[in-house]
Design a protein around this ligand. Structure first.
Ligand code: NAP
Length: 309
């Protein structure tokens, strides 16, 4: 049997229930993981409230959770990259299932857990870390010596983005709230702007890239800070191509993809001491609703994590 936190109808935090169900079995290319820790992402409350387009009512009941770290209990017939007993971490696909004591994951979406991290810190990485990685390097094509303005540098994605961009040798500017200024400096940002008391436009000369994790007027005020030929990359709404063209920049919105090889690359940075996930708070799996409400408030520093009861 497995313990799962799921919901049968979209709604607020009161729709989550904890249920004991027959354990799902891995298909050929999948593994079954005993989950020691799962992380909480903003996409989870978007899914729970019915506002995430990829999860419609035909997917209900739905078990939340896109990140896991744990021990492999069983391998599918063709899941030969890992063996039973391996400590792994990775991203669960859009079918979810991470808020559980056991989860099925595609072997291509996981990697060996970084040796220097416990499961609570390892599970903080997959979705947020790969979002940061793909936004900066796959879409933003950020290179050593370039500059990037990261809006929302204190959150799950942003705190990885600061560290990855610094590890790449970029000049990093970021916007955070007053009580996160110290945190962003410790992460290595070169210029930290308190968006509550300062107008970021007054502290930024042209940058090669804006990484927009906030949207709205923050984005609108950012266009003319980008060098001609630069790029605006967003995790939120599709940027206007008309405005991008007006400023002579590229602009795009993307959805993160699971990629175990990329996770292994991130692990190398963790092992080298260049990147460290920050866990703001941990909750037991039984308090998943409370953990998700905290993330929904939108003011966490780094990540919120669920640990096995
Ligand atoms: N497209 C994708 O595949 C993808 C993947 C991952 C995430 N996302 C989306 O990207 C967004 C960020 O994700 P996340 O996991 O980093 O969220 P998060 O952990 O909730 O972090 C959000 C951060 O933004 C800060 N913030 C709020 N308003 C701000 C402002 N005006 N300027 C600067 N910072 C501000 C918040 O801290 P303070 O309140 O203290 O400022 C908080 O630290 C979410 O909307 C998420 O759904 C999309």
């Amino acid at each position: 049997m497995s313990r799962l936190v799921r919901f049968h109808q979209f709604g607020g935090s009161d729709v989550l229930t904890t249920e004991d169900l027959e354990t799902s079995q891995p298909d050929a290319g999948e593994v079954l993981v005993a989950v020691h820790a799962a992380s909480v992402n903003p996409v989870d409350f978007k899914i729970r409230s019915g506002k995430y387009p990829a999860v419609k009512s035909d997917r209900l009941p739905y078990t939340l959770g896109r990140d896991v770290s744990g021990t492999i209990e069983k391998c599918g017939a063709q899941a030969t990259r890992f063996k039973v007993g391996d400590q792994v971490f990775g991203m669960v696909d859009i079918h979810g299932g991470g808020y559980a004591d056991r989860a099925v994951v595609n072997q291509k979406s996981i990697a060996a857990k970084p040796a220097r991290l416990d499961h609570a810190h390892a599970t903080a990485i997959p979705l947020a870390g790969q979002t940061a990685w793909q936004g900066l390097f796959r879409y933003g094509l950020l290179k050593e010596g370039q500059s990037v303005l990261i809006h929302g540098g204190s959150g799950g994605v942003g705190h990885f983005a600061i560290q990855f961009a610094k590890a790449m040798g970029a000049h990093v500017l970021t916007t955070v709230s007053t009580d996160k200024v110290k945190f962003a400096c410790e992460l290595g940002a070169d210029v930290v702007i308190d968006y509550r008391t300062e107008r970021f436009e007054e502290h930024v000369s042209r940058v090669d890239m804006v990484f927009d994790l906030i949207d709205g007027e923050t984005r609108e005020r950012s266009w003319d800070l980008i060098k001609k030929g630069g790029v605006l990359v967003s995790t939120l709404t599709e940027p206007s191509q008309k405005i991008a063209e007006k400023w002579g920049v590229r602009a795009m919105r993307y959805t993160v993809e699971a990629n175990g090889n990329e996770l292994a690359g991130i692990t190398a940075l963790v092992d080298a001491g260049k990147v460290r996930p920050h866990v703001d708070r941990t909750f037991p799996l039984s308090a998943a609703a409370e953990a998700l409400s905290l993330v929904e408030q939108g003011h966490s520093a780094g990540k919120v994590v669920l640990v096995a009861n």
